[in-house]
Design a protein around this ligand. Structure first.
Ligand code: FES
Length: 326
């Protein structure tokens, strides 16, 4: 959980579609907000029922305004009937209400590739929009493919429709204009990085087709809103209790089969950082000193896992003891 919150006021709110509201946030004290890189997100606290400011609900939203704007942050929130309550609460927030936000975090930044292929599904447009704006400002080479149910559901459509680097793909339109990974992404090339953000089914389709087309995982950059359907499934023999040891003190805790490491640390008064609690944001990452982790996150790269990174909110241990660098 973020230790440092900033009080902000909603200085403007408008609906970009019937279900997507856009909020512009500024510090209540008039100061500047922290710098961020395109693709970053913030935690936002909102009280269930609409009043803002209490730590009732904490949700992550990508920053989708121009990244060089220091006086305001912009977020866009889909009112999703299937959500856990955060989006409904946010949609009850009005201009003039105050919220508390964390500093921006980013595990979905632009790579050093020469060309960037941005693939957005629905509200997944938000982090990719800030990437597109940054690339426009820097004269970068990119294409943005925006897949959405219908024209009515397309956020920021009026601006994006005029943009020569943006292609829309509508679910309710004839098949030829829908996203075709073979045509729209094609085979990998060493100079191009692919970025994808959107609902789980869309992400799985894009990443699956990219893998079939030969794209290496190192060229694929993704950000999920929720854990994939198979997240948390145990590897064989890895679903029982185990012991976690903190390397700094040698203190050991038992993690029961129905607990996770993060909850055990928090229950024992350990001030561990976390945010999503689902293995998708990377806020809780720690290093493993000993033992064999059973990774159940969807945020660490193969290289990071090989370097001993571990997400205590979602991952477990295949060995009876796991020692963490804490
Ligand atoms: S809290 Fe988000 S990955 Fe662990």
């Amino acid at each position: 959980m973020s230790a440092n919150w900033t009080d902000v006021v909603v200085v403007a709110r408008h609906d970009t579609t019937p279900r997507i509201a856009v909020f512009d946030l500024a510090r209540t004290d008039g100061g500047e907000l922290g710098e961020y890189e395109p693709g970053a997100h913030i935690d936002v606290t909102v009280e269930e029922g609409g009043k803002a400011g209490r730590l009732d609900l904490i949700r992550q939203y990508s920053l989708c305004g121009p990244p060089d704007l220091r006086k305001q942050y912009r977020i866009a929130v889909l009112n999703d009937p299937a959500s856990r309550g955060g989006s409904r609460a946010m949609h009850a927030v009005a201009e003039g209400d105050t919220l508390r936000i964390s500093a921006p975090r980013n595990r979905f930044g632009l790579s050093s590739a020469r060309r960037h292929l941005l693939l957005a599904g629905g509200i997944g447009i938000t982090p990719l929009l800030s990437m597109a704006q940054a690339l426009d400002a820097a004269g970068g080479d990119y294409q943005l493919h925006y897949c959405v149910r219908s024209r009515e559901d397309a956020a920021f459509a009026e601006d994006l429709e005029r943009h020569p680097r943006v292609t829309f793909h509508y679910d309710d339109q004839p098949a030829p204009q829908r996203l075709d990974m073979e045509r729209d992404a094609g085979p990998p090339d060493a100079d191009t990085a692919l970025y994808v953000c959107g609902p789980g089914g869309f992400m799985d389709h894009v990443l699956g087709r990219a893998a079939e087309l030969g794209w290496p995982s190192s060229a694929l950059h993704k950000e999920r809103f929720s854990a994939p359907a198979n997240a948390g499934e145990p590897e064989q023999g890895a679903d029982g209790a185990f012991t976690v040891r903190l390397s700094s003190t040698g203190v050991e805790y038992t993690v029961a089969a129905d607990e996770n490491v993060l909850d055990v640390l928090l229950a024992n008064g350990f001030d561990a950082p976390y945010s999503c609690g689902q293995g998708i944001c990377g806020e809780c990452i720690v290093r493993v000193r000993a033992g064999d982790p059973d990774h159940r996150d969807d945020v660490l790269t193969d290289e990071e896992r090989a370097e001993g990174m571990f997400t205590p909110c979602s991952s477990r241990s295949r060995t009876p003891l796991l020692e963490l660098e804490l």
